[in-house]
Design a protein around this ligand. Sequence first.
Ligand SMILES: [Zn+2]
Length: 111
Amino acid sequence: MGKQFDLTAFVAENAVENNQTFILTCNCGATVTIMPPFQDEYVRCYNCRSIIRMLLLEGDPGYVIGANEEGELILLPVQGSAAKDLSLLTDYEKKEIIKKAKKNMEKNKDE
Ligand SMILES: [Zn+2]
């Protein structure tokens, strides 16, 4: 049985691998400062008390593709990523990123 957690945050490995302080943003908007060495997979938000599970992603993937309740593909932010903040992307840019990701997924299936 896994530990209970309330939220999952995707974190770019690049942001934590050089022993730098990492600022994680909770869904409630509060920020949690994570000091190196990066060991704990779970942190608690001091503001809303949520337990946040940090999922490290290799390198810096920029964004993660997820699905909303309607099953539509959506972009999820990767914290610590050097990519443009999702809120700064236009709808067109978001669609293009999803399109590319879909193509990659299909390519991987064929191989
Ligand atoms: Zn919070």
